[in-house]
Design a protein around this ligand. Structure first.
Ligand code: 5GP
Ligand code: ZN
Length: 113
């Protein structure tokens, strides 16, 4: 298994896990860009958003709602937070297993670089 996030899901590589259920895992980013930087990840390997199927709609909804729930737990929901997927080279995707970044805890610039 070569995918980094599949290896985290399989507990072959350690991570600071903040949430897990049958379909989703969430863990702290190893290189956080803010005091809250959590990656919300489907357990099933999907390389990029370009690979999503209609049957994945509920799963994507769960990722987004879980991110909002973690934001609430971290107390950044009212002040605000950012949720984003990077897709492919020009967006800077480096891990090809989709992951929703949840970033909060400071004022975030827009547009991103
Ligand atoms: P991408 O650039 O693909 O959107 O985001 C990949 C994210 O994964 C980056 O923010 C990076 O810091 C994080 N990351 C890379 N390797 C590891 C790791 O081994 N453990 C954790 N927890 N995060 C990682
Ligand atoms: Zn994977």
């Amino acid at each position: 298994m070569s995918c980094l996030f599949c290896r985290i899901i399989a507990r072959e590589i350690p991570a600071s896990i903040v949430y897990e259920d049958e379909r989703i895992i969430a863990f702290n980013d190893i290189n956080p860009q803010a005091s809250t930087h959590v990656l919300v990840v489907p357990k099933r390997h999907i390389a990029t958003l370009n690979d999503l199927q209609e049957a994945d709609d509920a799963l994507v909804g769960e990722l987004v709602r879980r991110a909002a729930s973690i934001a609430r737990e971290r107390g950044v929901d009212a002040a605000g937070y950012r949720t984003l997927f990077n897709t492919n080279r020009e967006a800077g995707q480096t891990v090809f297993h989709i992951h929703l970044h949840l970033i909060g805890g400071r004022s975030l610039g827009w547009p991103p670089g």
